[in-house]
Design a protein. Structure first.
Length: 532
């Protein structure tokens, strides 16, 4: 027989209930959960768990394990706090809970089901609240949010026609009796507390402020907005903007479509977790390329249409990265990064070449710094006047664009550097846009303590030298998130970098971008989505 252990607290117990529900569905027997006596009320709302009450201290994990092993042949310890050493193997305690149960890859798929809701009890809670209302999960014992009063004031000021209901002031017989209140709220804004976990059992649009580090709740697609405590100052206006959209019924489904196209199926089939995909329409076919860690170290190889893209033999020991597909003289090309490590420091340069079959050529442009003496990447290829150009990037207050002739730079154009509030504009993909070019790009913000977040935006570029930027998105189109992928070694939080774009027949745009250095993602956008 099997016993699961999660003694406390409310949020942590709610976090693992989907695991227990799946166990019940699989075995057709109620799974046994050892739970502390002070938290058994959480299970009053579910029919599929057999509670086994523990009367010791709620953090006496050692004692609970000892007791369970005397009665059960298999003990699965889901609790990630207590009086024994806790190994942190993932970015969040929640992922470690799910990893211990062997289902970390199902975190966003398996639902939280509260199947014994008491409607009378829920109505008693709702009757005390004036509608319409926005819920504010404002209190956390273990992870207090120091700016909660500022947030409460912002909500009251911005939404005068809604009651701002502080959940710390709401009395409910059982914690799960709050679900009726959740279901009828315009929005739930919650800090790191059990309300965040309970939201997954409700349809309420949820804005989540998670604690920093491993003790913070994991990103989940349930959340319409997710940020860490240390991002508050930079992202608080973004948070309020999202709540506005929710209240005005403007929030749509997430833009991304991860692995829904047949472009990166080998990511999961071969378990190589390719990322940073580029796409192009060539000869009426959609073609793709991505990079993947197939050598069991930091280096990557390129895969074209899911097959290894072979480079010249003299590049065999280098890392080939971040290929951008483009057409030149009706032929298919790729611009890519060649990387190595010299004395423990990464070095890279840009190259490009024609793709024939499953082989790519190698042309290294002669330009200052484009060698292994530094790190050069993110050159953005496009064609103008039948000549190959690269947007090299920003130097100081200028955007530099190079006109190429094979490996030689024939002209260098400088225009005012485009700016926006989410960091330096870099790389991207270029497509036609009327008489101009439409450029998609990425940037990143540093929030301190090694906390980074990437953003994707768009700009309009004049289709003639010096290729001035005419307009930039007023806000990000896509932002990096902390979606975690199990069983990968190179996961990196909050990364979203675009490498390809196609204009679709209906005037929409299909984007390809890399998420968190381990996944190929795609987004279908309308002109309105560009925020131009």
């Amino acid at each position: 027989m099997k016993c699961f252990i999660q003694l406390s607290k409310i949020g942590d117990i709610l976090s693992i209930l989907p695991i227990l529900y799946r166990e019940y569905q699989t075995t057709l027997k109620k799974p046994v959960l050892m739970i502390h006596r002070d938290f058994t009320d959480v299970l009053a709302g579910v029919s599929y768990v057999e509670p086994w009450v523990f009367n010791g201290a709620y953090d006496d994990l050692k004692g609970a394990i000892t007791k369970a092993k005397k009665q059960f042949s298999e003990v699965v310890v889901l609790q990630t706090h207590g009086n024994i050493p806790i190994e942190q193997t993932t970015p969040s305690f929640q992922f470690d809970q799910w990893k211990r149960a062997g289902c970390a890859d199902k975190f966003e798929e398996w639902p939280l089901l509260i199947d014994q809701r008491d409607m009378a009890r829920e109505m008693a809670v709702q009757d005390k609240v004036k509608r319409p209302y926005i819920l504010f999960g404002d209190h956390s014992q273990s992870s207090p949010f120091l700016h909660k009063e500022e947030l409460a004031t912002m909500l009251k000021t911005t939404f005068p026609n809604h009651a701002i209901v502080r959940l710390s002031e709401v009395k409910a017989g059982r914690f799960t009796d709050l679900l009726g209140l959740f279901d009828n709220a315009a929005c739930l804004v919650t800090i790191e507390t059990a309300y965040l976990h309970l939201s997954k059992a409700s349809s309420v649009p949820t804005v989540a402020l998670a604690a920093n580090g491993w003790r913070g709740s994991a990103f989940h697609r349930k959340f319409v907005f997710y940020c860490r405590y240390n991002e508050w100052e930079r992202r608080k206006l973004d948070l309020i903007d999202v709540v506005k959209k929710v209240v005005n019924h403007e929030i749509q489904n997430p833009l991304y479509r991860s692995s829904e196209l047949d472009l990166a199926e080998s990511n999961s089939d071969n378990n190589i977790h390719g990322y940073n995909p580029s796409i192009i329409k060539h000869d009426d076919k959609i073609l793709s390329v991505f990079r993947a860690h197939t050598r069991h170290d930091w280096r990557t190889e390129l895969f074209f249409n899911n097959k290894l893209l072979k480079a010249p033999v003299n590049l065999a020991e280098y890392s080939l990265e971040d290929c951008r597909l483009f057409e030149f003289n009706d032929r298919l090309y790729g611009a890519y990064v060649v990387s190595t490590s010299i004395d423990g420091l990464f070095r890279s340069y840009m190259a490009y070449g024609q793709i024939e079959g499953n082989e790519i050529g190698h042309i290294q442009p002669h330009y200052a710094g484009n060698d292994f003496r530094g790190m050069t990447k993110n050159w953005l290829p496009f064609i103008h006047d039948s000549k190959l150009h690269f947007i090299y990037g920003i130097k100081g207050k200028e955007q530099i664009t190079l006109c190429m002739d094979f490996d030689q730079v024939r002209a260098e154009y400088r225009s005012p550097a485009p700016t926006w509030a989410w960091g330096e504009i870099r790389g991207g993909a270029i497509v036609p846009h009327g008489d101009n070019f439409l450029r998609f790009f990425h940037s990143r913000q540093d929030y301190g303590n090694r906390a980074l977040r990437y953003f994707i935006g768009a700009s309009i570029i004049e289709a003639k030298p010096p290729f001035r930027t005419l307009a930039v998105s007023s806000k990000p189109i896509i932002e990096g998130d902390e979606r975690w992928t199990a069983n990968v070694k190179h996961w990196k939080a909050n990364v979203a970098i675009i490498y390809g774009a196609i204009v679709l027949a209906d005037g929409k745009y299909l984007l390809s971008y890399g998420r968190n250095d381990c996944e190929c993602c795609f987004a279908e956008l309308t002109e309105h989505d560009l925020n131009l």
